[in-house]
Ligand binder design. Sequence first.
Ligand code: KG4
Ligand code: ZN
Length: 354
Amino acid sequence: MGNMLKVLGIESSCDETGVALVEVCGSALPVLLAHALYSQIEMHQAYGGVVPELASRDHIRRVLPLTQQVLQESGRSLQDVDVVAFTRGPGLAGALLVGAGVACALGAALHKPVLGVHHLEGHLLSPFLSADPPEFPFVALLVSGGHTQLMRVDGVGRYQILGETIDDAAGEAFDKSAKLLGLGYPGGPALAKLAQVGDATAFKLPRPLLHSDNLDFSFAGLKTAVMMQAKKLATAQGCVVEALAPTVLADLAASTQAAIVEVLVKKSLAALRQTQLKRLVVAGGVGANRSLREQLNAECAKREVRVHYPELHLCTDNGAMIALAAAMRLQSGVQSASMVYAFDVKPRWPLDML
Ligand code: KG4
Ligand code: ZN
């Protein structure tokens, strides 16, 4: 490829509109020129979760202003864009269609090719934008709101699933437990914050599949256990769960976080053992969790395993990871961009089907 390529990336799979411009030069790692993000979380909070129709409508409002912002911040114009990338899936169909539609309209107007990206591949590759980028091969722990997977990654597009959740994702376990403790939506960060002042050993909560002989996860039972524990405490106090003493809620939060983190850490170590790889990449929203990072760092240091994370602000959904994934796919030659603008989206799309 040799020369320089600028990739515009658009993310609109859920409740964050993200746009970014990435530059790739030869075989060097892509560089982030600018990125802009609009989170709809406040809008959805009133409903206790993401309302797909509202999400789609808001993406439409945000995506072009964010694109203008990115171009302005990077000092480039639309004419400088060589490829327009968008999240093709998985995600909310209507929300995905906004990004895909806008990307293809831009591509058609500029006579530039487009490329549809797998959202999880974006998360997976996001640490390549960090100050401490990984090298292939590695084990990836992908922990987002919708997915929990352990993968063997041998290169761009070479993903082998080693294990995954058979029910709820880790992010879902955080969010659902947080919700029933009255911490709002999305509760992951709130639960993590409260957990900092709680006692993680206060309550004995289940660690599902911790000792199973595979690398699968199961988190659905945990939220039930948290609910039973919380209700028991509330009944004893003659109050509702949300009215429990702050210290008790903090202990519940800390115990919940400890259960999730212990399973994620133990299974990651098992995956490293099984593959005999010495490198771990952690990506997705739950990868922002401080306790998870601390424990993974400590355990991996003991085993001389290097751990890589995305920059904190690129852990949750963003456009930078989409532009990056497109740039790396082009760079490695696993995919070329297309001048055909008859786009489709894939709300359900397993990563190993890429
Ligand atoms: O990757 P992401 O932004 O969206 C999906 O692709 O799903 O992940 C969002 C998830 C949510 O479940 C959120 O609660 C969780 O990541 N999350 C956290 C933290 N920050 C975000 N969970 C635990 N601790 C955090 N600090
Ligand atoms: Zn995501």
